[in-house]
Design a protein around this ligand. Structure first.
Ligand code: ZN
Length: 132
């Protein structure tokens, strides 16, 4: 798999578009993710609890940014510990709320790249007619 294709699909997820067709919107509210694409019908998350992957992306990004920011501001300006804690705790809460949808979108793109985002099988075609 080409690295440019991978990066492109991750940006598609970051923009909250369906990683398969790149047309459908993944969210219809502030925090409510659609189960399937309204455009092409693929299912974004197939297994129960899979959204924890997006949560992990969100938390890792928040921690890397706030720890990096803490170290840089401490080295440059040496503000008080009370200021640092207040600022970076607030930053974490706001960032996690604002980045939640985008982290879930990136996770959906990662699922797509690993082959787990595809349409549900048609139940009419799957039905064999054998009823016991
Ligand atoms: Zn789609």
């Amino acid at each position: 798999m080409e690295i440019g294709y991978t990066v492109h699909k991750l940006f598609v997820g970051l923009r909250l578009r369906c990683p398969n067709c790149e047309q459908g919107h993944m969210f219809h509210g502030l925090f409510a993710m659609d189960e399937t694409c309204p455009y092409c019908g693929v299912r974004y998350e197939r297994r129960e609890g899979e959204s924890i992957g997006g949560t992990m992306i969100n938390l890792v990004c928040a921690e890397v940014l706030s720890m990096g920011g803490y170290i840089i501001t401490q080295a440059l300006f040496a503000p008080s510990l009370a200021f640092q804690l207040t600022f970076w705790v607030t930053f974490n809460i706001v960032f996690i709320l604002l980045f939640y949808r985008h982290a879930r979108g990136i996770w959906a793109s990662l699922s797509f790249l690993s082959g787990n985002v595809y349409p549900d099988p048609d139940t009419q075609k799957e039905f064999t007619g054998q009823v016991k």
